[in-house]
Write a protein that binds this ligand. Structure first.
Ligand SMILES: Cc1ncc(COP(=O)(O)O)c(C=O)c1O
Length: 421
């Protein structure tokens, strides 16, 4: 079994566990997806997938827009140099402070998801004497069913307005003189691997936006189709067919070109996962193995407190064994594979990084590398649980390793607490 020099170097330099993001993979995904979307569609990175400042400032250089869901994400993209004209915002429960920060920053459009958000935005607009560009996030009764519910697929969910509510809002929008309702957003499903479904969904969303625009005289400054471009997590899953996507979207762009209401309309996709998931690896070190009633356990120095996604969604990530070195050479791993439970240090049986990984039995000091951990990885986790040290986040580009986030030490986190009683 071959070693993995970059992972091994990162382990020596930063210690385990750690996250490693390969910036060349990010660059390749950006250019592949941009080519598939073609010139008519705009690409806006959904910051929630991975809000690392190093990744944001790298993505900005490709001219992408960005989608933010909180004022923290807004701060991150502003720090990474994004101009407000290239920032959109979507999120199901934005606080007054979030809304005001977005308005003050002058982001290009805020997608409202509830009537109260419109009311709050109207108050903010009146107070700041600004007219605010607003899109309505819609939750139509059709869409793409998800294998694992993340966004919700068709049907009732917490996001956006159902069509009845949206139409009521459109009829009474004069109540909001400081708001210009000028767009729509629909995001139905995440991690979709069937390009045909994504194309069909895009066509339906655009038709819906067009019919609402005609019926209620809504100018279409932007139509936003959300994210959802999937990546294969399981062995047998096939990657998204970008050829089908390109052809389908080119057809839609041609149709849109013949419709005067779409003249000047931004047609936006806001993917997160597709751009960053495959760049990321969560690497842990093997502390020891044991057999318990016929089951082989591998105990490692990281767990679901750093990498919750496999447990949260019940979908294990692919994992590789990187054997430790003896005398500078990778120790050959045994050839025989076993079914192994990969378990972390938390005091709960839920702390399982993989329930049945097929790998040779590792030994203490080997590394295990969980793949596709670049999206919804560390930031979707719960690093305070059990007070273990946080993983470093490291980038690699053209063989050069660089620290992206120096993890706070547990002692520093404790020093910020008070003991008033
Ligand atoms: C509003 C919105 N846009 C975009 C995304 C990104 O989705 P994905 O990572 O599936 O592309 C999400 C994910 O939750 C979202 O909530």
């Amino acid at each position: 079994m071959k070693g993995d020099p970059v992972l091994e170097r990162a382990a020596r330099r930063f210690g385990t566990p750690f996250y490693l993001y390969d910036f060349e993979v990010i660059e390749a995904r950006v250019s592949a997806l941009s080519a598939a979307l073609g010139p008519r569609f705009e690409l806006a990175y959904a910051v929630k997938a991975n809000p690392s400042l190093g990744i944001l400032s790298f993505l900005r250089k490709f001219g992408l827009s960005s989608d933010v869901a909180s004022r923290g994400e807004l701060l991150a993209v502003r720090r990474a140099g994004w101009p407000p004209s290239k920032i959109l915002s979507t999120g199901p429960a934005k606080s007054d402070a979030d809304l005001e920060a977005l308005v003050r920053a002058g982001v290009s459009i805020i997608h409202a998801e509830g009537e109260w958000e419109l009311e709050r935005l109207e108050q903010i607009g009146r107070r700041l004497r600004r007219r605010i560009a607003v899109g309505l996030r819609l939750n139509p009764p059709w869409g793409i069913a998800e294998k694992r519910v993340m966004i919700g697929g068709p049907g009732a969910k917490k996001f956006g307005f159902d069509l009845k509510s949206a139409q009521r809002i459109l009829r009474m929008r004069r109540r909001f003189p400081h708001l210009e309702v000028c767009g729509f957003q629909v995001f139905n499903a995440s991690n979709v691997l069937d390009a045909r479904l994504l194309v069909e969904n895009t066509r339906r969303v655009l038709s819906l936006a067009l019919s609402l625009s005609k019926k209620y005289s809504v100018p279409l400054r932007s139509v936003d189709f959300g994210g959802g471009f999937g990546v294969p997590y399981a062995e047998k899953e096939k990657p998204l067919d970008l050829g089908i996507l390109r052809k389908g979207l080119a057809g839609i762009a041609k149709w849109a070109a013949g419709e005067s209401r779409f003249r000047g309309t931004r047609l936006v996709f806001e993917p997160g996962r597709f751009l960053v998931a495959e760049s990321g690896t969560y690497a842990v070190k093997v502390l020891g193995t044991k057999r318990s009633r016929g089951v082989d356990y591998v105990l490692v120095d990281g767990g679901v407190h750093h990498f919750l996604r496999p447990l949260l969604l019940g979908t294990p990530h692919r994992v590789r064994l990187v054997p430790g070195r003896i005398g500078g050479r990778p120790r050959p791993a045994s050839r025989s594979q076993k079914s192994l439970v990969l378990a972390g240090p938390l005091c709960t049986s839920l702390d399982i990084l993989h329930p049945a990984a097929r790998l040779p039995l590792p030994v203490r000091g080997d590394l295990l590398a969980f793949e596709n951990a670049g999206a919804y990885g560390f930031t979707e986790s719960m690093p305070l649980f059990l007070s273990h040290e946080w993983p470093a986040e490291v980038g690699v580009r053209k063989g050069r390793l660089a620290l992206l986030r120096r993890p706070p030490r547990v002692a520093d986190l404790q020093a910020r607490q008070k003991t008033p009683f």
